[in-house]
Design a protein around this ligand. Structure first.
Ligand SMILES: [Zn+2]
Length: 115
C-alpha cells in the first residue's frame, strides 16, 4: 500500500508548515488528490490516524478534494474524461490512449492551525 508513504509525506509537510507558523495544533489538512493516483481516502485517513498520534496533527480533520481524470487525444486533440481509468477511448475519433492533462495531482493545498 503506497498510501503509507504518501501519508508520511503529508504529515511532514503539514508539521513543517505548522512549526514555521508557530502553531500549537493542526486543525485541518486540505488535500488535493487526482483520480488517477489510485490513492484511497479511507486508507490515507487510516494511516493518518495512526501516524498523527502524539504529534501536532493529532485529531486534525482531513479534507479530500478529488480531481477527475482528463485525457487529450493523440489523434484529434480532443479533451475528454475517460469513463474508466484503465481504458481510454476518444469519444470524438475512437483512438485509444492519450496524454494525461489532469488526474495525477497530489498535494497539500492548505492547512488550518491553532496558534
Ligand atoms: Zn480523438
Amino acid at each position: 500500500m503506497h498510501e503509507l508513504a504518501v501519508t508520511q509525506s503529508i504529515m511532514e509537510i503539514a508539521q513543517r508548515h505548522a512549526r514555521q507558523a508557530g502553531a500549537q495544533r493542526i486543525l485541518a489538512i486540505h488535500l488535493v488528490i487526482g483520480e488517477l493516483t489510485g490513492f484511497v481516502d479511507d486508507s490515507i485517513q487510516f494511516y493518518f490516524d495512526v501516524l498523527s498520534k502524539g504529534s501536532l496533527a493529532e485529531g486534525a480533520r482531513l479534507e479530500f478534494e478529488r480531481i477527475g481524470a482528463r485525457v487529450r487525444c493523440h489523434g484529434c486533440q480532443a479533451e475528454y474524461a475517460p469513463p474508466d481509468s484503465r481504458l481510454w477511448t476518444c469519444p470524438s475519433c475512437g483512438a485509444l490512449g492519450g496524454e494525461i492533462v489532469a488526474g495525477k495531482e497530489f498535494y497539500v493545498a492548505s492547512i488550518e492551525i491553532e496558534s
